[in-house]
Write a protein that binds this ligand. Structure first.
Ligand code: ZN
Length: 417
């Protein structure tokens, strides 16, 4: 046996989700199912895959630690491509107010909303944030998430935005999950800039983005493109400026206001993803389908808010590349339940189980710019895998809201929840 060599044999089903780019429309139905599947791993990288017979013909079993995956399903690790997992404080009171029917505006007036989290995040120390965010990563990891995107956006000032990004940098070095950091300084207008969105954007562009770039703290720039937050023109200005600092664009698009043009802007800017899309117009869906921008849907948020779900079925039928993500955050969605997300996507957004698997693996990877290295079981990719304790991926929506993950393999190392 050679150190770091792992052989997984006899999986009842192996889903390769094979590919190095997002899958669009009908291509999302093809999960690359292999019965009695196997994977050989060396140095954290997939070196062989196929049926157990094919793989055993190519490797010497004695060189490996073997896992017998009989009765289990083997698939790529999940990629959660939209979260806000670094934050201070909680907003459980606000959730109760919403259940009572209080409006978003009345909650804001009582000091709720993003600005309440902003205050708690500004007040929190770096170590405190590392600890609370690390605990959230542990939960995600146990549900099979091997790569997670995380956003800043609860500082709304230079010091705290950078603090949030540094928390992610620290956790990336010490936690098995890979973290993809996104700068979301334009998540809301801070009190210091009320009524002056252009001045706030100037501040982000001249005072914050240069440091983000200098310290290599983020890969993407995101913006909350929404009525009374940032207009499409303002969002475009920020994202174009961020691109000159090497940050690729993402958008919170069409979440609340109907036909606000977020999806259209994302397609125009060739954004990596347009996220939420609850209120996207038919034209917006057509533009996304014609572009390489991924439509990232967040059903846990719609569920938590009691809002109608995004039209996932229609988007896939129109030819979009759809990804699914949790949107874990302390306000609109304090959940990263991948099992519940999977069920909601199938039951309410009418994705097939196959499409939901693709949306959480290769398409999630593409939504964080990593389809070349993760998101599928392909030779040369990182050995980020999940074993389900059931013999079919169909248990993912069927075992509703329950965690079916038996173990997670990250960079070739086996972890049991
Ligand atoms: Zn979000």
């Amino acid at each position: 046996m050679t150190e770091g060599n792992l052989l997984i044999l006899h999986a009842a089903q192996l889903l390769s989700c094979s590919g190095f780019a997002a899958r669009k429309g009908r291509e999302m139905a093809d999960i690359g199912l292999i019965e009695d599947g196997a994977v050989a791993i060396s140095g954290g990288i997939i070196t062989h895959t196929g049926s157990s017979r094919e793989v055993l013909a190519q490797v010497n079993e004695n060189d490996y630690v073997s896992i017998d995956a009989r009765g289990k399903t083997l698939l790529p690790g999940f990629v959660d491509s939209h979260t806000h997992f670094v934050f201070g404080g909680y907003r459980e009171e606000e959730f109760a107010w919403r259940l009572r029917g209080d409006s978003y505006m009345s909650i804001m007036e009582r000091g709720g909303g993003i600005l309440s989290t902003m205050q708690a995040t500004r007040a929190a120390g770096l170590d405190e944030l590392v600890e609370s965010a690390g605990a959230r990563l542990d939960e995600l990891f146990g549900m099979g998430v091997t790569t997670v995107e995380g956003k800043s956006g609860y500082g709304l000032d230079r010091e705290t935005e950078l603090k949030q990004l540094r928390v992610m940098e620290k956790l990336n070095a010490r936690h098995p999950i890979d973290i993809v950091p996104t700068f979301l300084g334009a998540h809301a207008l801070p009190p210091e800039y009320q009524g002056r969105p252009e001045a706030y954007l100037d501040y982000l562009i001249t005072c914050v983005l240069p440091v983000v770039r200098e310290e290599g703290l983020a890969e993407f720039c995101d913006v909350f493109c929404e009525k009374a937050v940032f207009s499409p023109a303002q969002s475009e200005r920020l994202l174009r400026a961020a691109a000159t600092f090497g940050l690729r664009p993402k958008l919170h698009a069409d979440e609340i206001s109907p036909s606000f043009g977020g999806a259209e802007l994302a397609a125009k800017l060739q954004a990596v993803s347009a996220d939420h899309l609850l209120q996207t117009s038919g034209e917006g869906i057509r533009r996304l389908a014609a572009s390489d921008t991924i439509a990232t849907l967040l059903p846990l948020t719609a569920f938590s808010l009691g809002e109608p779900f995004a039209r996932g079925r229609e988007m896939i039928d129109a030819g979009c590349a759809v990804a699914l993500a949790s949107d874990l955050n302390p306000g609109s969605c304090f959940s990263a339940s991948i099992p519940l997300l999977f069920a909601l996507a199938c039951i309410y957004m009418k994705l097939t189980p196959e499409e939901a698997v693709i949306a959480l693996t290769i398409n999630g990877a593409a939504a964080v710019g990593r389809a070349g290295s993760i998101g599928s079981i392909d030779v040369g990719k990182k050995a980020d895998l999940i074993l389900l304790r059931f013999p079919s991926y169909r248990f993912l929506p069927y075992h509703t809201g329950m965690n079916s993950v038996a173990c997670v393999i990250k960079d070739g190392t086996v972890y049991r929840p």
